[in-house]
Design a protein. Structure first.
Lengths: 225, 638, 255
């Protein structure tokens, strides 16, 4: 049985939705990286992969709508929780110190907002190709959209590469707390695994960061392209 | 008026069953018509509130704390006794009864104590069903340990927090009835007087501690579960808020006070450290199961304990009481500690402490075992004293802990005022002159869960329903006015000394003259001194602020004012009881080797004091005690 | 030792409140933080100043009455103790110590450092118990409980209800308190019959009381005088999500 609307109003219900939608997006970030890493296989590998995705529009749009929904749920719940959390302490402390929390945990709203801003730019850049059209319109020898060239040409511009690294830093910083936190919220953790989940989340977010930023770095250093 | 304890006829084992059958009952729909006021929400009060509500009564529960869950029962560490005989130590109801009578030095009522032992098993069943997480063995069954003054393992425990867990069980049962609409809890509300109308307890006057409003609350019966009065000594193991006001005010309204001089000094507390210390912290008596108590042989031996060789140590409890050793009952252990300290062999700052040494236990059982058994207590000790008890022996010293005395009640736990019931530590009934370890929780819950709900029902069954809520009787307005006037008087003094200063002064006097050992001379001096302190109090106490607000100094002032009257009653009782028994040790009455000398020919009775009037001496009434099942004998733990 | 205290003074719920500075002189390092306040209060009263109101009772860390932020930490900077067991030897001589009440919408200030924590009682009232009438209990040893379960239940049951978890939480969430109660009863066989109803109803009441939401900072665990572990919050989440699949809170008649 699926719980009713009351569940959405409850504290744990909202957080479970936020956590579940977050984990969907983590899955996407991982899959996306796997695709991106094809760049190390050369233009044919990446372009063929991109072409294949476009060949099944139903799947592509299904995935896009699903992800869009996850983003919408994640943002809606987090904003609501953030507002309610502020209301829960109308008068702040003169002095409050922390003993356990992390910078990443305390800045989830800020890092989330940065991720959102970056996401908009990123979609304009690579998906809608309106941000930097001069690098995005080429086709390769087989007449496919030349994703490889788009990426390489873009990241040869240091400001674009820098923005990308910053954006990925925000994403991974967000996940640094987000993954372990989602596991706790969904009740997946136990006494012995609680720290493991947090550690796994940190390691995974770091690995994702390395994977993602390796591409612009490789391009800037001339290792790819 | 004569004292009728209403003990059922017949042999002890059948008395309670027979009486239970004879008690009148009210079915839940009829019970709805009655309102029961319960003051205090510790083990006794909360369990009574829950059970009375389950049976249909409308219950109004009052406590001065901000939540009912905080009553001082919560601080009981060691455990709760029951005659379950799970460890197959040949324990039985008879044996628990026997131990309690003997432990109380033959100054308790056989019928009550027998009933307590009988009920003990049902308490454990009830608490387990409520989800009290008692310690268990690896097979999943309940664990037991032995406890001060007893050789069998009959104590159930939840780490060092048994009182907390039992109280949470009772509190939760009560909160369930709050949800059901049958209990209303009034936190931060203090009872300041009892209303007696037409010879019956009909209500109380309370002060809302937040708004300061003084109100009368009417009911069909009043149950006092307000705990003991050890804070008369200022420094004690009790909570800061513990006080005698409810019972003393009831005393002034006609409830007789029984054996007020029977107070218990607990042997294993952390010694006092300095002037501004506000309380003494108890280290659970269970520590005596594995720790050995000693002092140096030589007076004024200031060497660190590790440097004192075995031959120069006096394990005085093991020496004097070879049979019970370190497990000797509290009164005996405390007095023995005082004796060695008086000889100048006490240790630590002020020389008022003795060592409780775990070195042997750690050698024998491993440090890990000791950590498992007492880890939290060792941590607590470290926190307070900044000393590591794994490395060096603990320093302990005796401290006021429990009041065996309390309002006189009959077998139904009803006081000399009809309709006023008194349960838990607030009454005098079951512990005689000394309480055994892990018996207080047992008594509080026996009274609250299993006795008073039946006897209150019996009392009300004979009375018309529908009087509840009616505070129309002029006695209500009069009592309220008196409370308001008293409050105004306290606020009006505007003197120069704080309430605590007077409380400390009284406490020191009581500790010196009416504490662990008492003499006619000292008590006479105290009886002369107390009125002087009281007079000074009413002339010079500083209570700032007003009555219509949260005013903690005012709360304390009211309590200390009552202590200043009650202390006199304690000393008077101690002076009249010319014998030594249990916690009451009169220096004039001791054997050549310093043991207490009871005088059964003259003092085998309960002393119940009737309030006369201000300035008049109270009137003594005697309830003779007879011992049939456990013949009177010298209480020996040698 | 000598200290300068910066203490929150607020006459009543309606008063805006402000900080006042006081001197605490000749404080023995063996005094607890509350005994130091006693000392300051003695001095204030001698000067005719209304003493600082603060909740306290047992002064041995078990009743859960005392409640104050000391230098930015609930119950002060020492781990695993309540303010009554916080000894002044842990502070630096001459230090300025800031003392504030718990701050949360669900814990309104009554006076100075005294706050109203009755929201906790109402959460328990909503279902924090096992329904068994007095006298209706089976023989205690009829249901064995694995030692490990009993120990875990006790780990959770150690909660003293002081509210430090709420006070320390950046979101003023009461999740650790609720989790402790839920887990205590969920670990025991006696608690199973009402397990689903209990968790839904207690969380619903928690939400109604205006506490914030847990965002897994775990400040509560660090502040808790009994070191209640946040694994119990995972237990609470798990129980809640499981229960929500089959039933709804009692107070929620329809969707």
């Amino acid at each position: 049985m699926v719980p009713g609307l009351w569940f959405l109003r409850s504290s744990i219900g909202k957080k479970a939705l936020m956590a579940a939608s977050g984990l969907v997006l983590v899955g996407f970030v991982m899959a996306h990286l796997a695709g991106n890493l094809l760049i190390y296989g050369g233009p044919s590998a990446l372009n063929a992969y991109a072409e294949k995705l476009r060949h099944v529009p139903a799947l592509l749009w299904g995935a896009r709508l699903f992800l869009l929904a996850a983003v919408a749920v994640h943002i809606a719940t987090s904003v609501q929780l953030a507002i309610e959390n502020r209301r829960a302490r109308p008068q702040r402390y003169r002095l409050q110190r922390s003993a356990e929390t992390t910078l990443a945990a305390r800045t989830m709203l800020l890092s989330g907002f940065l991720v959102l801003a970056y996401l908009v730019y990123h979609l304009l850049h690579f998906t809608f190709r309106t941000a930097h059209p001069e690098f995005s319109r080429a086709t390769d020898a087989l007449g496919r959209h030349d994703v490889y060239a788009m990426v390489v040409l873009s990241f040869q511009q240091p400001p674009i590469a820098f923005a990308y690294v910053l954006g990925m830093a925000a994403v991974c910083f967000h996940l640094n707390h987000g993954i372990g936190s989602a596991a706790q919220t969904l009740g997946l953790t136990h006494e012995r695994t609680i720290r493991l989940w947090a550690l796994a989340g940190r390691l995974l977010s770091f690995a994702l960061f390395i994977g993602y930023v390796s591409i612009p770095l490789a391009i800037l250093l001339g290792l790819v392209g | 008026m004569t004292l009728d304890p209403k003990i059922p006829p017949g042999p002890l084992p059948q008395q309670w069953d027979a009486r239970r059958k004879a008690l009148r009952t009210l079915d839940p729909s009829a019970a709805q018509g009655y309102r029961v006021i319960i003051v205090g929400t510790g083990l006794a009060g909360a369990s009574a509130a829950a059970t009375l509500a389950e049976r249909g009564f409308q219950v109004e529960a009052f406590c001065f704390q901000d939540s009912a869950r905080r009553a001082h029962s919560i601080a009981a560490q060691g455990g709760i006794n029951a005659a379950k005989n799970y460890p197959k130590d040949d324990d039985s109801i008879e044996r628990l009864f026997h131990d309690t009578i003997k432990g109380g030095d033959f100054r308790s009522r056989e019928a009550n104590v027998y009933r307590l032992a009988q009920i003990s098993n049902a308490i454990i069943d009830q608490c387990v069903a409520q989800g009290v997480p008692f310690a268990r063995e690896y097979d999943g069954y309940l664990a037991n340990r032995s406890f001060g003054g007893v050789k069998v393992r009959r104590t159930f425990y939840a780490r060092g927090q048994t009182g907390q867990q039992l109280l949470l069980g009772a509190y939760q049962a009560m909160m369930r009835q709050v949800q059901a609409g049958r209990v209303r809890v009034h936190p931060r509300t203090e009872m300041l007087d009892l209303v007696v109308a037409d010879g019956e307890a009909r209500g109380i006057v309370v002060r809302d501690l937040v708004s300061g409003e003084v109100q009368a609350c009417a009911g069909d019966a009043v149950v006092l579960a307000t705990g003991g009065y050890s804070t008369v000594y200022f420094l004690s193991t009790n909570a800061k808020g513990c006080n005698v006001t409810a019972t003393y005010r009831a005393h002034r309204r006609g409830a007789w006070f029984a054996n007020p001089c029977f107070t218990q000094i607990h042997p294993t507390c952390i010694p006092m450290a300095g002037h501004y210390q506000s309380k003494l912290t108890l280290m659970s008596e269970s520590l005596r199961n594995d720790g050995r108590i000693w002092v140096p042989n030589r007076q004024g031996d200031t060497r660190p304990p590790a440097e004192i060789p075995e031959a120069e140590r006096d394990y005085y409890l093991e020496r004097r009481y070879p049979s019970y050793g370190n497990l000797a009952p509290r009164d005996i252990a405390s007095r023995a500690a005082k004796a060695v300290c008086d000889e100048g062999r006490g240790i630590g700052p002020g020389g008022q402490g003795v060592y409780l040494d775990f070195a042997d236990a750690i050698r024998k059982l491993s440090r890990k075992t000791i950590e498992e058994r007492y880890g939290n207590l060792f941590d607590m000790y470290q926190e307070i004293t900044d000393e590591d008890a794994y490395a060096a022996p603990m320093r302990i010293s005796p401290a006021p802990h429990y009041a065996m005395g309390g309002l006189w009640v009959d077998y139904h736990l009803m006081s000399t005022i009809p309709g006023l019931f008194v349960i838990g530590e607030a009454n005098f009934s079951d512990h005689g002159a000394n309480r055994l370890g892990a018996s207080a929780l047992m008594q509080g819950l026996a009274d609250g869960y299993f006795i008073v709900p039946l006897t209150v029902a019996d009392h009300l069954a004979g009375r018309p329903a529908g009087r509840r809520g009616s505070a129309a009787h002029p006695a209500f307005a009069a009592a309220r006015r008196e409370v308001e006037e008293r409050t105004q008087r306290l606020l009006g003094v505007r003197g120069t000394r704080t309430v605590d200063a007077f409380h400390r002064q009284l406490g020191k006097l009581m500790w010196d003259e009416c504490g662990m050992s008492r003499s006619a001379q000292g008590l006479t001096r105290a009886l002369a001194e107390i009125p002087r302190i009281r007079e000074a109090f009413w002339k010079d106490v500083a209570v700032l602020g007003g009555g219509e607000e949260l005013n903690q100094a005012l709360e304390k002032a009211g309590r200390v004012a009552d202590f200043l009257e009650f202390a006199e009653l304690m000393c008077r009782d101690a002076l009249h009881r010319e014998e030594s028994c249990g916690g009451h040790f009169r220096v004039e009455h001791q054997s050549s080797d310093g043991e207490a000398k009871r005088d059964d020919a003259r003092f085998c009775y309960v002393a119940a004091w009737q309030f006369a009037d201000d300035g008049q001496p109270p009137v003594l009434h005697r309830e003779p005690l007879t011992f049939e099942a456990v013949p009177l004998s010298e209480r020996s733990y040698r | 030792m000598n200290f300068t205290l910066r203490v929150w003074r607020q006459k009543n719920a309606a008063d805006a409140g402000r900080f006042e500075m006081y001197e605490a002189k000749d404080v023995s390092p063996d005094l607890s933080a509350l005994e130091m306040l006693d000392l300051v209060n003695d001095e204030l009263q001698r000067r005719g100043v209304d003493p600082i109101a603060f909740d306290h009772d047992c002064r041995e860390g078990i009743c859960g009455s005392c409640a104050m932020m000391i230098n930015g930490f609930a119950h002060g900077p020492q781990p695993a103790v309540a303010a009554c067991q916080l000894y002044m030897r842990h502070f630096k001589d001459g230090e300025t110590i800031t003392i504030e009440p718990w701050r949360a919408r669900a814990f309104p200030v009554i006076k100075d450092l005294v706050v109203d924590r009755s929201a906790f009682d109402r959460i328990i009232e909503a279902g924090g118990y096992i329904s068994v009438d007095t006298g209706g209990a089976p023989e205690a040893n009829s249901i064995p409980v694995p030692k490990r379960d009993a120990e875990e239940a006790m780990d959770a049951a150690a909660c003293i209800g002081c509210g430090a978890c709420v006070a320390a939480c950046p979101n003023a969430s009461a999740m650790l308190f609720v989790a402790a109660k839920i887990s205590h009863l969920a670990k025991l066989p006696q608690g199973q019959a009402e397990r689903a109803r209990r968790v839904l109803d207690m969380v619903e009441r928690m939400d109604q009381e205006g506490f914030g939401h847990c965002t897994n900072h775990y400040e509560c665990m660090a502040a808790c005088p009994k070191s209640i572990h946040v694994q119990f919050i995972a237990q609470l989440n798990r129980d809640y999500l499981r229960a929500a699949r089959t039933r709804r809170p009692s107070g929620c008649k329809s969707d």
